[in-house]
Design a protein around this ligand. Structure first.
Ligand SMILES: NC(=O)c1ccc[n+]([C@@H]2O[C@H](COP(=O)([O-])OP(=O)(O)OC[C@H]3O[C@@H](n4cnc5c(N)ncnc54)[C@H](O)[C@@H]3O)[C@@H](O)[C@H]2O)c1
Length: 339
């Protein structure tokens, strides 16, 4: 256990693997979300044009940057997707849109299956119909593996999820594999560890929830019994992973239908993560353990060995630095009047 900061790479190695994005026309679904915003930023920084599709854009979320176009829409809407792909000459699709919260997935599994499975098949079908998209990445999740008894997840393991969100991600994962193998679509799959970083407004997640509680001088609440173990990855490292994989699957046909884990070897229990955030924020508050979480895998460890070996991807951001940057984002964000 422990919050090890091991397994981080050297700065600069990534630049060779990320590819050349200038002038590319990229549809990012779920662009208003945590990872979608970060992926969009990395793409814009490299000169790509980004069409940011999301079902829940608000004025506050808007990305005001040259090269970014906001596309309000639903990934389950085939004709809207077909129109965007055709009219905007999209050459790359990054599919991140999903209902991502575990609690609501348990309460209402059908809605989660609809967004996550139907959304994925509709998008892949639109790409198949158009036939002009050169590289596609579909976000699955480490949760798609299910309970491996705490052993590190490796890509060769079977997907054995047993809870609604986890199953919905496995469905998306299998759909992407199917469209690659049967129809030759240039699609690869990410299975990321737990992401954290500025911009996450899902307050039921441990990192944003804890930071907001501390900023309000309230005791942070832990939904589990505090012992659930997760592997954490800074969102910018995940965004770079998406770019690396998208570029690679466009060049290397053997990657079609292949899945890659992405993680930084930063493994903490819920209680340890809250303690680390309290340290970073120099808070003396103590967490309240609610122990209400059900239907979650107790221990998740993720091996990113394959991504290192076959893609040359390396995480760059240590937990302490990532948390400091994340806390700074929330301090600024929550200080704004409309928060
Ligand atoms: N956050 C994590 O810890 C994590 C870890 C592994 C994998 N993932 C996966 O990465 C992807 C991005 O995760 P995130 O943390 O940015 O999630 P998020 O909840 O922050 O963002 C998801 C976005 O998708 C949008 N969306 C949902 N349904 C939609 C639909 N039908 N049409 C269009 N937009 C829709 C939402 O409005 C939201 O803005 C997801 O597919 C998620 O399953 C996330």
């Amino acid at each position: 256990m422990g919050g090890g900061d091991s397994a981080l790479g050297d700065m600069g190695m990534i630049d060779d693997t990320v590819g050349h994005w200038s002038g590319r026309r990229v549809l990012v679904t779920g662009a208003a979300g945590l990872l979608g915003r970060s992926v969009s930023t990395e793409l814009l920084d490299r000169g790509a044009n980004v069409l940011g599709l999301d079902i829940a854009w608000t004025e506050r979320d808007a990305v005001n940057a040259a090269g970014f176009t906001t596309v309000p829409g639903d990934v389950r809407d085939y004709s809207a997707l077909d129109t965007v792909l055709r009219e905007e000459h999209v050459d790359t699709v990054i599919h991140l849109a999903a209902q991502t919260l575990v609690g609501p997935a348990v309460e209402d599994p059908v809605t989660t299956f609809s967004h996550n499975a139907e959304g994925t098949w509709t998008l892949l079908e639109a790409c198949r119909g158009r036939g002009s998209v050169e590289r596609i990445v579909v976000a699955s999740s480490d949760k798609a593996y299910g309970d491996a008894g705490g052993r590190p997840y490796r890509e060769a393991m079977a997907l054995r999820p047993t809870h609604p969100y986890d199953s919905s991600k496995a469905m998306a994962d299998l759909l992407a594999q199917t469209y690659a193998h049967t129809y030759g679509l240039p699609v690869a799959i990410t299975r990321c560890a737990n992401l954290y970083g500025g911009g996450d407004l899902n307050w039921s997640r441990i990192v944003p929830g804890t930071i907001r509680s501390v900023l309000r001088d309230e005791s942070p609440e832990i939904r589990s019994d505090g012992t659930f173990l997760r592997d954490y990855l800074f969102v910018r490292d995940a965004a770079i992973a998406v770019l690396v994989l998208a570029d690679a699957v466009g060049r290397r046909s053997e990657l079609r239908g292949q899945a890659f884990n992405f993680a930084a070897g930063q493994r903490l229990t819920a209680l340890e993560m809250v303690d680390r955030i309290l340290q970073v924020m120099r808070s003396t508050l103590r967490p309240t353990i609610l122990a209400v979480s059900r239907n979650e895998v107790p221990a998740q460890r993720v091996s990113a060995a394959r991504a290192r070996r076959e893609l040359g991807w390396r995480p760059q951001v240590r937990l302490a630095a990532g948390l400091a940057e994340t806390v700074a984002w929330y301090r600024a964000h929550l200080a704004r009047p409309a928060a």
